[in-house]
Design a protein around this ligand. Structure first.
Ligand SMILES: [Zn+2]
Length: 266
């Protein structure tokens, strides 16, 4: 039996995934800080208990990319019991510098005091031991959670390395910020529109994929990903790989957009 849930946390309304297999569980992104990571790990443990099994499952973590809202919770997740952290080799190599720069950015940014005071003052306290999951060329890195195979694909475009988590038997793909819903996809100095377009082509080449979990916003379908790809390709023709403002797109229909929230997929 498998369970897949998405928990969304502020600041930044970031999505974190919980995938529970029969043997172990995988989190996708640790959220913006300790205040998100602790309940995320606790919820993963409880979902495992609900499903049952002969022993408690190890909980592991995959980090999609090196933006603060996705990885500042990682060290707190490890403190709360996460036993392994997977990320791109680019994340592993840049983690120290990124944590330092990003913590500085948050300290100077427009955030609630409660959030700021929840973060460590030393960027070294945000660092975690990482197992890089970049496959050899033409290969894919696999993980089996127990009756739930997982594939890691290291792509890029939104950042220098965007790790995508594909659940081929469930038709679900966690895309990190390669896809964003409701808010405009953020294309900053580390983005590359040409690489981004190629990554979205890769996502659409997964024939079974029906549900894409964006880094922010509600889950989207293939049409949404195609539309975002068209937006990015259009911008690329006009502006090359310069920093651009991409349009915000929303999934049609009524959706629960409260934060925090939990959305169960499976
Ligand atoms: Zn993000």
């Amino acid at each position: 039996m498998t369970r897949v849930s998405i928990l969304s946390f502020d600041p930044a309304a970031v999505n974190c995934g919980i995938i529970v297999g029969t043997d172990r569980s995988l989190l996708v992104d640790a959220g913006p800080g300790p205040a998100a990571a602790a309940p995320l790990v606790e919820r993963a443990g409880r979902l495992g208990e609900e499903i049952g099994g002969s022993r408690p499952r190890a909980i592991e973590l995959a980090i999609t990319h090196d933006h603060w809202d996705h990885f500042f919770g990682a060290a707190a997740a490890v403190s709360a019991g996460v036993t392994a952290v997977y990320a791109s080799s680019s994340f592993a190599a840049d983690q120290d510098a990124t944590a330092w720069i990003a913590l500085d950015g948050v300290a100077d940014g427009d955030f609630p005091d409660e959030y700021r005071s929840s973060l460590p003052t030393d960027p070294g306290d945000l660092i975690v031991d990482v197992s890089p999951v970049d496959p050899t060329p033409g290969d894919v890195w696999h993980l089996d959670l127990g009756d739930c195979p997982v594939e890691f694909h290291v792509l890029g475009g939104h950042s220098t390395a965007d790790l995508v988590v594909r659940l081929p038997e469930l038709g679900i793909v966690f895309t990190g910020d390669l896809v964003e819903e409701a808010d405009a996809p953020q294309a900053g100095a580390d983005a590359s529109l040409s690489e981004w377009a190629s990554s979205l082509h890769t996502l659409l080449s997964f024939p079974e994929a029906r549900t894409f979990v964006p880094g922010h916003g509600v889950p989207v379908d293939r049409d949404f990903v195609s539309r975002q790809l068209a937006d990015i390709e259009g911008m690329r023709v006009d502006q090359g790989d310069a920093e651009v403002a991409l349009p915000a797109r929303s999934m049609p229909g009524d959706h629960d957009r409260t934060i925090p929230r939990e959305h169960r997929l499976v």
